[in-house]
Write a protein that binds this ligand. Structure first.
Ligand SMILES: C[S@@+](CC[C@H](N)C(=O)[O-])C[C@H]1O[C@@H](n2cnc3c(N)ncnc32)[C@H](O)[C@@H]1O
Length: 421
């Protein structure tokens, strides 16, 4: 059996779901051993390829292998002398569901070790990378190895025991930053979805790489970019603004050049359209999934009065209902919609779009976030709201994102017939 740890991104629920669904899609047989808001530990019968896997995931910060586990009553203290000797290493200590008192003890006891560490318990992926902790030493002789790249020792304090592991891959923070801040066109005014969130939403759609995916509110093309990098070959983007269409095209040209992708391998169509009239431009029953962050309301939301917020919500409910009506026409049966709804905050109150009952009557079923049941699922403690959504919140933002997954079913209530009878 192999055991791996995944250091989670800031939204631990989305991060866990993303990892689990990706492993399921790859046919990995696994069980969840420990989970917290910081770490997920699994056991698998097969070896994983962390360096490849981390690029498919939207939010895992590090992936590593557990090398030694000390169960509850075993003494782990000799690990440092016996296993590490004088080696150079980085050090991170994670809460994996165990007791905080134990974490404090380990933190104190490891202070004296010769190692690279930051003030807190956890080394950032930037430090792990820039300190050369992932580079393999040139020679395999022990002395050389000690002088060589070193490693990051990761200790996870779980409910069942203490896990000692080594990091094998960290997220490509440079690439994420380049495709967010380094692309030619950005549109902070209308708002841009963070690339990592875009990737997790694409993964939630769970579609094959040759299926048709659409973003009908493409803005400057973040979701289109991430679809391309994940290897989706058949992509459509649309926006009501000419500028968004040209921005998306420019950004994709830049992406193809920067990431050395072959244009001929992809079929990408970006055009101008009001999402409320999508079906005039897209064939009926042709789209496998829609992944989108629509217009989320006024960029001045933080200055709105309560009354103005209520009016804004009503306008957005009308927009969303109109576009879901169009989605129905272009989506295939069982096609998915992975979509963001805005959540407004006024003082301590939250205001959400109230359209779920109508969508249900239109034949949209809310899908679960996990593709199927997994062993140890009860340890996950996913933060899913009563209305089966996940809130993605960033400090300082007055409008939060609420993420939903819907499935198109052919069933729908026929109001006309109902009214006549
Ligand atoms: C929040 S932005 C999308 C951001 C995009 N995900 C990105 O990262 O660049 C919303 C976009 O919706 C577009 N939009 C607003 N109303 C629309 C409509 N009725 N139909 C299509 N696009 C619309 C705006 O022009 C804007 O580009």
């Amino acid at each position: 059996m192999n055991q791996y740890f995944f250091a989670l991104g800031t939204n631990h629920s989305l991060s866990k779901i993303d990892i689990i669904n990706t492993l399921l899609r790859k046919g990995v047989d696994f069980e969840i051993l420990e989970a917290s808001e910081e770490i997920l530990i699994i056991s698998t019968s097969s070896e994983l390829s962390p360096a490849l896997l981390i690029n498919e995931l939207g939010s895992a910060v590090k992936i590593g292998k557990i090398e030694k586990v000390y169960l509850k009553d075993e003494n782990w203290e000799d690990f440092f002398d016996k296993e590490l000797g004088n080696q150079k290493f980085g050090f991170s200590l994670y809460h994996a569901g165990g007791r905080y008192r134990e974490i404090d003890e380990i933190f104190e006891k490891t202070k004296k070790l010769k190692k690279i560490r930051e003030k807190g318990r956890i080394l950032s992926s930037v430090t792990v990378d820039q300190s050369g902790l992932l580079k393999k030493p040139a020679s395999t002789s022990t002395r050389e190895a000690r002088r060589g790249g070193g490693f990051e020792l990761v200790i996870c304090v779980g409910a069942k025991g203490v896990y000692f592991g080594k990091t094998l891959a960290v997220q490509d923070y440079e690439s994420y930053s380049r495709r967010d801040y380094g692309r030619p066109s950005r549109d902070a005014q209308s708002g841009m979805i963070p690339p990592k969130l875009a990737k997790m939403m694409i993964n939630l759609a769970g579609r094959g790489k040759d299926e048709l995916l659409l973003d009908p509110f493409c803005g400057c093309g973040t979701i289109l970019q991430e679809l391309t990098l994940l290897g989706y070959k058949n992509i459509m983007g649309a926006d009501i603004e000419d500028r968004a269409v040209t921005d998306s095209q420019k950004n994709l040209d830049w992406l193809f050049e920067t990431f050395k992708l072959e244009k001929a391998d992809f079929k990408i169509n970006i055009f101008k359209s009001d999402a409320r009239a999508l079906s005039a431009k897209i064939s009926q029953n042709s789209v496998n999934a829609i992944v989108t962050e629509p217009y989320l309301g006024s960029s001045q939301a933080r200055y709105l009065s309560l009354d103005q917020i209520k009016k804004e919500i009503q306008k957005l409910e009308d927009l969303y209902l109109a576009v879901f009506g169009e989605f129905k026409k272009v989506l295939k049966d069982s096609g998915r919609v992975v979509i963001i709804f805005p959540v407004f905050r006024y003082k301590a109150q939250f205001f959400k779009l109230q359209i779920l009952d109508i969508l249900k009557n239109q034949g949209y079923k809310q899908a679960g976030f996990l593709a199927k049941k997994v062993k140890g699922e009860e340890l996950l403690k996913l933060q899913i709201t009563d209305r089966k959504s996940i809130i993605y919140f960033r400090p300082g933002q007055s409008v939060s994102r609420e993420i939903f997954v819907f499935e198109n079913t052919s069933w729908r209530v026929n109001y006309l017939t109902k009214n006549i009878t």
